[in-house]
Structure formats: structure tokens, C-alpha cells
Design a protein around this ligand. Structure first.
Ligand code: HEM
Length: 147
């Protein structure tokens, strides 16, 4: 009886472990990554963002001589990670990438607007746009060097 009870308890524990391992709640939340259109959608968004910043009269001077290809790749990886996608960010830290550029709040906001434009163009719903922006907002501390 005792052995039977122990076996029953073990099976129940195993079943519970399986349910929790394979239930959607146990997996990472990639809903934002999906809303951004996964790899093809996010590739288009970062391409559009980079095109916008390179032609934005408010900030384009910062990007003179910068490799578009590398910037697109690193932004893609970074946004993918932030959105819960299956990526790894291989670029430099935000502090290292932007030090010495003397970026201020106006320039930061201009880039955020360029990103919003890119997401609008790619039909990302407003509340999903806000989710990505909320993840980027705290980065201003590492990026801006003046008010
Ligand atoms: C949330 C805002 C921002 C994010 C997430 C971001 C992200 C990045 C990333 C991932 C890189 C590439 C790092 C690497 O090459 O390893 C980069 C580089 C760069 N960013 Fe930003 N950035 C932001 C804001 C800005 C702003 C506001 C400006 C200027 C207006 C700016 C100008 C640059 C420039 C010029 C580079 C190239 C630096 C170099 O190659 O030496 N970024 N940024």
C-alpha cells in the first residue's frame, strides 16, 4: 500500500512537471516579437528606421561614415532580444556605442519618432509600439551625454 502510494505520488509529480514545462506560461513571452512580424517584419522595421535616421535633418549628421549594414544588423538583434525573440545581441554596449557623440534629449526623441514612423509604416498596432518604446526609454541614461 505504502509503495503504491509512493508510486502514485511520483506519477502525479511527474505529470505536474510535464504540464508546467510545456505549458505556454513556462515558455518565454515572444508576443511582442510576433506583433513586430518576427524576422521579416523586424528586418523591414530596422531597415526603415535606419533609412529614416540617415535622412532625418535633425540627426543625420551623427551618422556620417557609419556603416548602415552593421547598424541595421545590431539594431535588429537588439530589438529582437528586447521583444522576446530568439536572438543574441552581439553589438557593443549602449554606453560604448554612443560615448563622445554628445547626444542630447532632442536627438534621442527624434530617433524615437523615426522608429515610430517605421513601425506605423509596417502596421504595428499602437499598443505594441508602446511596448517596444517602453523597453527602449530607460536606455536614454546610457545614450545621452547632455540634457
Ligand atoms: C533607444 C535609442 C537607441 C538605440 C536602441 C540605439 C542602438 C544602437 C546600436 C545597437 C548601435 C550599434 C552598436 C554597435 O555597432 O556595436 C548604435 C550605434 C550608433 N548609434 Fe545608436 N541607439 C539609440 C539612440 C541613438 C541616438 C539618439 C543617436 C544619435 C542621434 C544614435 C547614434 C548612433 C551612432 C552614430 C552609432 C554608430 C556609432 C559607431 O559606429 O561608432 N543612437 N546605436
Amino acid at each position: 500500500m505504502d509503495a503504491l502510494f509512493r508510486r502514485l505520488t511520483m506519477s502525479l509529480l511527474l505529470a505536474a512537471a510535464c504540464v508546467s514545462l510545456f505549458s505556454p506560461a513556462a515558455r518565454a513571452d515572444d508576443s511582442l516579437y510576433q506583433a513586430l512580424g518576427e524576422k521579416p517584419g523586424l528586418t523591414q522595421i530596422t531597415d526603415d528606421l535606419v533609412a529614416n535616421v540617415f535622412s532625418d535633418p535633425r540627426i543625420k549628421d551623427y551618422f556620417v561614415g557609419v556603416s548602415k549594414k552593421r547598424l541595421k544588423e545590431k539594431l535588429f538583434e537588439q530589438f529582437c532580444v528586447l521583444a522576446g525573440g530568439p536572438c543574441v545581441y552581439t553589438g557593443r554596449s549602449m554606453k560604448r556605442s554612443h560615448e563622445g557623440l554628445n547626444i542630447d534629449r532632442a536627438a534621442f526623441n527624434a530617433l524615437v519618432e523615426d522608429l515610430q514612423k517605421a513601425m506605423d509604416k509596417n502596421n504595428v498596432p499602437f499598443h505594441q509600439q508602446n511596448k517596444l518604446l517602453a523597453k527602449l526609454a530607460p536606455m536614454h541614461r546610457e545614450i545621452e551625454e547632455r540634457e
